[in-house]
Design a protein around this ligand. Structure first.
Ligand code: PDD
Length: 287
């Protein structure tokens, strides 16, 4: 099945899905995005993703490219045209196309919308979760507004490349005080020695992950205590468990941090239980 993308009002073959050279997303990273998981034919937590999109757009004073319900139709259509049952749908809204100038273009310039979808292999992801992943840590070097989901991801891309070259799958950004912020494309969690789930408060220092929010709901349902506080790399290394969350990984156990084995080097039972219960608790919209 050939891949199809939605670009500014048209469904086009993926290979010919292009934006203008003066799209502000391309020139200034003046664009925001969302990634929703598609699982077993459902879009996972779509309302929460669209609420966060709304917040990102407001923070940057970019208009919605179309009505929310029309955007849902486009997301569904791109998923359908690509035959995605398990995978992800990506949407990006830029401030639009205008002659290069740092200041905002005239209000007549319409935001640009791109939507793509991709299949993923649930078995490969499940295998990865069964083994757990390795993390490296890197100094935080991003701007303060990482709570806005912009496409300005160069520090994230560099950190994740560094992780890959070190044989790891994710990099955690760490503040000068030694506390963990979040991963290059995931939120960071530990299970403390006394069995509490610990994750950094979703203030302006991290992205307010949708999977993070739903995992909190899952934890509540399972009667687990969640403590929103910062934790250090040292605490994570000696924690009972560590894991990451995102729309593409759901709950992914961490078994090594900077070469130090976490617990017995195998995914922990709390991480795996949260992973298993996630789909039942998450909000599911038929794709
Ligand atoms: N990344 N932190 C960062 C920096 C992220 O980029 C992401 C998502 C998350 C987790 O958020 P959520 O649970 O809403 O997916 C945390 C997406 C998946 C990406 O860039 O591909």
């Amino acid at each position: 099945m050939p891949r199809i993308a939605y670009v500014n009002g048209r469904y086009v073959p993926h290979a010919r899905a292009m934006v203008h050279v003066e799209d502000r997303g391309y020139q200034f990273a003046d664009a925001v995005y969302e990634v929703c998981e598609v699982a077993r034919g459902f879009i996972i937590d779509m309302p929460r993703h669209l609420d966060r999109l709304d917040r990102s757009l407001r923070e940057l004073r970019i208009a919605w490219p179309m009505h929310r319900s029309a955007l849902v139709t486009v997301l569904r259509e791109v998923i359908r045209r690509n035959g995605v049952v398990n995978g992800m749908v990506y949407l990006q809204v830029s401030r639009g196309v205008a002659p290069r100038d740092h200041v905002f273009p005239a209000a007549t310039v319409k935001p640009a919308l791109v939507v793509t979808a991709k299949r993923t292999d649930p078995l490969a992801i499940a295998r990865r979760a069964a083994n757990g992943i390795k993390i490296i840590t890197v100094p935080e070097n991003r701007w303060e507004r990482v709570d806005i989901k912009t496409v300005g991801l160069l520090p994230n891309a560099l950190a994740k490349q560094q992780a890959k070259e070190a044989g790891a799958q994710e990099a955690w950004f760490v503040d000068p005080d030694g506390t963990v912020k979040e991963g290059g494309s995931t939120n960071a969690w530990i299970v403390s020695k006394d069995g509490r789930l610990v994750t950094r408060p979703a203030d302006m220092g991290i992205l307010r992950g949708i999977t993070r929010a739903t995992v909190m709901d899952v934890a509540k349902k399972l009667g687990l205590v969640v403590e929103e506080r910062a934790f250090t790399v040292e605490e994570a290394k000696s924690a009972r468990e560590a894991f990451i969350t995102s729309a593409t990984t759901v709950v992914m156990p961490v078994v090594e941090i900077d070469g130090t084995t976490v617990a017995n080097g195998h995914p922990g039972s709390v991480s795996l239980t949260l992973r298993e219960a996630f789909f039942d608790v998450a909000e599911k919209t038929v794709a």
